[in-house]
Design a protein around this ligand. Structure first.
Ligand code: PGA
Length: 238
């Protein structure tokens, strides 16, 4: 199977077997291009291990003044509710991106602090580009298996598998059980989506999500319906 191909009918590009460094560069370039084309764009931003290098690159480009975030609005995909600030996604985005990029506090949005996150996103004109990861259980943001397809931003109990993937049981910090997340429809309403997957532990679930039936048992499978989706992974299909 080729490592890059366009599936028929849908304008989706799936780019596989791309080393993590190159994958991160491509995602960072897509974000930079979006900002240059639309300086007041609205971005949906993930946390986790996968986007770290992408954020490092964006931070570097911002610090050497080749990227201007002054009008960009950033919307975190999700966050824990019952966690210490130290491990919150606000802190993560602050540390990995916002500080270095100079995203002003008024342009940093997080579903933890919004009564109506979807209304807020809509009032800014909707998400232009959203970057998402995929969990080993097929979640996107914290839309765990069994989430309603018709969901908007909502609170969730985290799946045990997600807690296991994100925290070691020896962690000195209280392990969160509850989160707030953009819903399936919030994500699907983004004009463009880029999904990034890093590490072979994501291989089987990504394959299932993109080639299997669309089912909320694998929330990422809904992405098959998105008209403007790019997928980047650092592994080949099996
Ligand atoms: P990861 O998380 O980037 O830490 O693998 C992705 C996800 O669970 O969505």
């Amino acid at each position: 199977m080729p490592s890059s191909y366009n599936l028929p009918r849908l304008s989706r590009e799936i780019i596989l077997d791309t080393p993590y460094e190159k994958l991160s560069l491509q995602v960072a370039q897509a974000v930079a291009e979006e900002i240059r084309q639309k300086p007041n764009c609205n971005l949906g931003l993930p946390t986790g291990r996968t986007p770290i290098r992408c954020y490092e690159l964006l931070s570097q480009w911002s610090q050497n003044k080749s990227l201007d975030w002054s009008q960009v609005k950033c919307f975190a995909l999700d966050d824990y509710i019952d966690a210490s600030e130290e491990i919150s996604f606000s802190t993560y985005l602050q540390t990995h991106l916002y500080q270095a990029a100079g995203v002003c506090p008024d342009s940093q949005f997080n579903p933890r602090f919004a009564d109506d996150y979807d209304g807020l996103i809509a009032s800014h004109g909707g998400l232009d580009l959203t970057i998402i990861g995929i969990g080993r259980n097929g979640h996107i943001a914290f839309n765990e298996p069994g989430t309603q397809e018709a969901s908007w931003t909502h609170c969730v109990w985290l799946a045990q598998s997600t807690i296991k993937d994100n925290f070691s049981q020896e962690s000195a910090l209280a392990i969160p059980k509850v989160a707030v997340t953009m819903g399936i429809q919030t994500i699907m309403n983004s004009k463009r989506l880029i999904l990034i997957a890093n590490g072979e532990s994501k291989q089987a679930i990504l394959h299932q999500a993109l080639t299997g039936p669309i089912s909320m048992e694998v929330p990422a499978s809904i992405l098959q319906k998105h008209p403007n989706l790019t997928v980047l992974a650092d592994f080949p299909w099996k």
